[in-house]
Design a protein around this ligand. Structure first.
Ligand code: ZN
Ligand code: MN
Length: 497
């Protein structure tokens, strides 16, 4: 096979048999809508509240309690759909998905079955690959069963009735990397349109992964569903593990080991999936129309209003940052990945008129501070430094007031304290030494007894001068401009001749 063909070929070639196995992957992503209250009642949606404190007769399934649709949830769901270029149905309906579990007091989940509010749409990955969406539907979350108390199981219904959208892809993905890239792009779009914060730490984005494999040019085989994977890295690991496990099972030649349609769970500690139960089919849930809710109508006026809320989407922003602001593809991708960071960058770049420098400081220092215990912040909103402060610092460097090297110390102090750049330059004594007489004095001291270096420099080996930079910079307390020091040393050596 030519190298070019190898590059575009998909799948995994078995070392044992030489067979090329093609993975078939589809994702179902549950994402929590960023509403103030639940989907069918007025209970507050808040993470970390005391168990069962955010509940009422409706979200605990008391007899006679009737659901009422939260219009804000529908609005956010519609924005998510528009951000994915999907079609919003003029009318849709809710259905009951019946099953029994201790975290589901009604005995059914209100979801959408045959008439979801949204169909179609999709995402084009950076690689150019198009991933199509089958549908997006609205549904309520279940409560949370806590099994880590020995023999006891505790139930917390705070999450019961929290609004979710479930986005279902076609089985268009062929690798763990593509699954990861799709999830990253989906999360970006949901965050940009304001549909969800997608905070995975708080369970706001959970993923079911469908995986099967088949030899090239053969029909699809049984698919396995890995349920409730709660990080992108785990999704990647689960996909990789399933592909390897299924290929190995088929190639064992033992039909009793062949993969069957089933639901599995991902053990993140071991990086493996484990069988949970044989897979349910839709008819197991006895779906039927929810009689307590009227059909959902979305008219042109509502749709147009939601369209008005859409910001510039991530793909368009990346393109603009590259073309108009001259950022590298990598910097554009890193900055756009978080809307808060992108908005911060945008202001700093406009005020300083130096987008590339803003991008460098943000990717090298700001993003690194997130999650670092020294700073105690996880995102740009929690950070004390504001975009204007960064622009001001870049100005001070441009004017030669501080050297680039001092910038690192300064930006870290700005992130911690929120003080203005000028104030910190003063407090930390970061201003460069402008006094050329002083610099010349340090240079003369450094040259003493260094005749060999001086001779080398005169003989054209100008790099020999580097050995003298250190002592001068040290003498200046790091505040001399290295370029000026270098020029001064050269001038003094040449003068000696
Ligand atoms: Zn409630
Ligand atoms: Mn679901």
């Amino acid at each position: 096979m030519s190298p070019a063909a190898e590059k575009t070929a998909i799948g995994v070639v078995s070392a044992k048999t030489g067979v090329r196995w093609i993975p078939v992957i589809g994702l179902e992503v549950h994402c929590q809508l960023d509403t103030r209250t639940k989907l069918f009642c007025g209970c507050e949606v808040r993470f970390g509240a005391p168990p069962n404190s955010l509940t009422c007769p409706r979200c605990t399934g008391q007899p006679g309690a009737l659901p009422v649709l939260n219009e804000e949830a529908l609005a956010l769901a519609v924005r998510a759909a528009l951000g994915l270029g999907a079609d919003v149905a003029p009318w849709s309906k809710f259905d009951r998905k019946n099953y029994f579990y201790c975290d589901l007091p009604k005995g059914y989940q209100i979801s959408q079955f045959d008439r979801p509010f949204c169909t179609g749409g999709g995402i084009t990955l950076a690689s150019g690959k198009r991933v199509r969406l089958t549908r997006i539907h609205l549904e309520e979350d279940a409560g949370k069963a806590i099994h880590d108390r020995g023999d006891e199981t505790l139930v917390d219904l705070n999450r019961s009735g929290v609004p979710l959208i479930e986005s279902v892809t076609e089985a268009d993905l062929v690798s763990a990397q593509e699954a990861h890239d799709y999830l990253t792009a989906l999360k970006e779009i949901f965050q940009y349109v304001g549909a969800s914060r997608c905070d995975m730490e708080k369970g706001e984005l959970r993923c079911d992964v469908n995986v099967s494999v088949h030899p090239e040019n053969e029909p699809w085989r049984a698919k396995v569903e890995v349920k409730n994977v709660n990080s992108f890295r785990f999704v990647q690991q689960a996909v990789e593990h399933e592909i390897a496990r299924q290929i190995e099972a088929y190639e064992s030649g033992d039909p009793s080991r062949y993969p069957v349609q089933e639901t599995r769970t991902f053990d993140s500690a071991k990086g493996v999936t484990r069988s949970m139960r044989s897979k349910e089919s839709a008819h197991d849930y006895r779906y039927f129309a929810e009689p307590d809710l009227p059909p959902v109508h979305v008219d042109e006026v509502f749709l147009e209003r939601q369209r008005g809320f859409l910001p510039e989407l991530p793909a368009a922003r990346r393109e603009r940052y590259r073309k108009d602001l001259g950022l590298s593809e990598y910097d554009a991708a890193v900055i756009v990945a978080d809307r808060g960071v992108a908005d911060f960058f945008e202001i700093a770049a406009r005020v300083s008129k130096k987008p590339k420098e803003c991008a460098n400081w943000i990717t090298n220092e700001v993003l690194r501070a997130f999650g670092d215990p020294e700073f105690g912040v996880t995102n740009v909103d929690e950070m004390a430094m504001r975009p204007n402060d960064l622009a001001e610092m870049i100005d001070l460097i441009g004017e030669g007031v501080i050297h680039n090297n001092a910038g690192r110390q300064l930006i870290r102090a700005m992130m911690k304290t929120g003080k203005k750049a000028e104030v910190l330059v003063e407090e930390l004594g970061l201003a460069q030494v402008q006094d050329t007489g002083l610099i010349e004095g340090w240079c003369r001291d450094a040259l003493k007894g260094k005749d060999k270096i001086a001779a080398d420099v005169k003989a054209g080996k100008t790099n020999a001068i580097n050995a003298l930079l250190g002592p001068v910079m040290k003498a200046s307390g790091g505040k001399a401009n290295p370029q000026v020091v270098r020029e001064t040393l050269l001038r003094l050596i040449q003068q000696e001749a």
